[in-house]
Design a protein around this ligand. Structure first.
Ligand code: AMP
Ligand code: ZN
Length: 145
């Protein structure tokens, strides 16, 4: 399956990149954007996406995937420092069978607690947006230090 990297009018993450849908942005560079997940598995859960549209790891440009990984190396330590989790999973789903619900590549940066009992497909429960905004600001400030 190949994917057109042009912004897709029906892709919510392309709309986030374009500023047409609001987000709690925590980091941005030429190739990537990081923002808070609106249905966090745990507080501090955020996403890193390529700005170029690609549906999945099968079709993404290798440089864009590398850029996502580079951004994760900035964001994940900041999430660790702000949230002090027991651990962090970096998770990226490909296909509905893997739990993918948004078909624009995204790496979850998912703080974990020893006793959170999260499954690999942790479900989407609306989060506390005040908490997400506050944590997003702290993580962004930590990255900028
Ligand atoms: P996945 O199920 O792995 O495709 O993950 C998609 C993620 O995107 C879910 O964790 C959703 O909560 C999250 N999500 C969907 N729409 C938005 C949005 N507008 N802003 C932030 N996160 C979103
Ligand atoms: Zn897209």
């Amino acid at each position: 399956m190949s994917t057109d990297p042009a912004p897709k009018s029906d892709c919510i993450f392309c709309k986030v990149v374009a500023g047409e849908i609001p987000c709690f942005k925590i980091y941005e560079d030429d190739a990537t954007l990081a923002f808070m997940d609106i249905n966090p598995g745990n507080p501090g859960h955020c996403l890193v996406i390529p700005k170029n549209h690609a549906a999945d790891a099968y079709s993404i440009d290798a440089e864009d995937f590398a850029a996502v990984a580079r951004t994760c190396t900035k964001v994940a330590p900041a999430v660790r420092d702000v949230v002090s989790p027991d651990g962090i999973n970096l998770v990226q789903a490909n296909g509905e069978g893997a739990g993918q619900s948004v078909f624009h590549v995204h790496m979850h940066i998912l703080p974990r607690r020893n006793d959170d009992n999260l499954l690999m497909n942790w479900g989407h429960k609306p989060g506390d947006m005040d908490e997400a905004k506050a944590l997003g600001e702290k993580i962004a400030a930590r990255i900028a230090e």
